[in-house]
Design a protein around this ligand. Structure first.
Ligand SMILES: C[S@@+](CC[C@H](N)C(=O)[O-])C[C@H]1O[C@@H](n2cnc3c(N)ncnc32)[C@H](O)[C@@H]1O
Length: 268
């Protein structure tokens, strides 16, 4: 998004990644400016609705994996986005009712909705925070109240690094998370990707224009893989999100020009 500390534009005048995403997911927390932008995204990537829905299903399976297979019961959802029908705490608490989640976003509209709909006493909170200043996030009193950083934690970076331009060093965000969490923690990451340079450029140029610079870049799969070097990837590794451990009966998306890649990585 725009540089840390800058004043956000009035929400009904400039499209935001969170509200475009919400519209593509069928949500209602968006303005006309977001809906127009999202319709244009659909012209560039006709499968965009399926791409974002597949990402949410991946997050559900990854969080369930974290709870059921590794016993993790505390999560930080960085760049959480607007509340959706299946939020991280709902998935986690379905499999372990004691699970705790802190949602973090730097968009004031997201934080306002999240505080109204997601915050719930001891187990769930929504805070304003920026992935470019993770020390402030990890040291936030709401985070230290809900998340015990001496025990493994599941950290989600779900499509948020797509919102960071190269100058904000998205790879350093991954490194910082790894530095701050204990061994055995899981990083659940997804990112907007395309192998075709023209597709990446077209999408990036459109999103930067429509959000007035509050976006980053669609990236090449190899760039995203490089951030994960040194971490142990849970099989099947970094893949198109619908191919990450699909449930029986779930379809795997056919190869398309634009996709979301996802991985779950163990912190050594
Ligand atoms: C495309 S949405 C993804 C929402 C959700 N994580 C998902 O994958 O379904 C990206 C979210 O990241 C947030 N975001 C963008 N830049 C951020 C930053 N520097 N720090 C924190 N949140 C950020 C946006 O406000 C938005 O809510």
């Amino acid at each position: 998004m725009s540089s840390a500390g800058s004043v956000p534009p009035p929400p009904d005048q400039v499209a935001s990644p969170a509200r475009i995403h919400d519209y593509l997911l069928g949500g209602r927390e968006n303005y006309a400016v977001d809906r127009r932008a999202a319709e244009h995204v659909l012209n560039i990537v006709p499968t965009a609705r399926e791409v974002v829905a597949s990402n949410r299903r991946f997050l559900h399976r990854a969080v369930r994996f974290a709870v059921q297979e590794t016993g993790i019961r505390q999560f930080l959802d960085l760049g959480s986005g607007l509340p959706t029908p299946q939020n991280v705490h709902e998935t986690a608490q379905r499999f372990d009712p004691s699970a705790r989640v802190v949602y973090v976003d730097n968009d004031p509209v997201v934080v306002a909705h999240g505080q109204a709909l997601l915050a719930d006493g001891d187990r769930t909170a929504m805070i304003t925070g920026d992935v470019r200043d993770l020390d402030a996030v990890f040291d936030d009193p709401q985070v230290t109240r809900i998340v015990n950083l001496s025990e493994p934690v599941g950290v989600l970076l779900a499509t948020v690094l797509s919102c960071l331009p190269d100058r904000d060093r998205p790879g350093d965000v991954v490194r910082k998370v790894v530095e701050r969490v204990p061994s055995g923690s899981l990083l659940i990451i997804s990112h907007s990707a395309a192998t075709d340079q023209r597709m990446r450029d077209r999408m990036t140029e459109f999103m930067l224009g429509v959000t007035r610079g509050m976006w980053g870049r669609m990236r090449d799969p190899e760039e995203i893989a490089a951030w994960l070097e040194g971490l142990e990837l849970v099989p099947p590794g970094l893949v198109e999100v619908s191919a990450w451990r699909p449930d029986p009966g779930e379809t795997v998306n056919p190869p398309t020009e634009a996709m979301t890649l996802g991985a779950v990585a163990r912190v050594p």
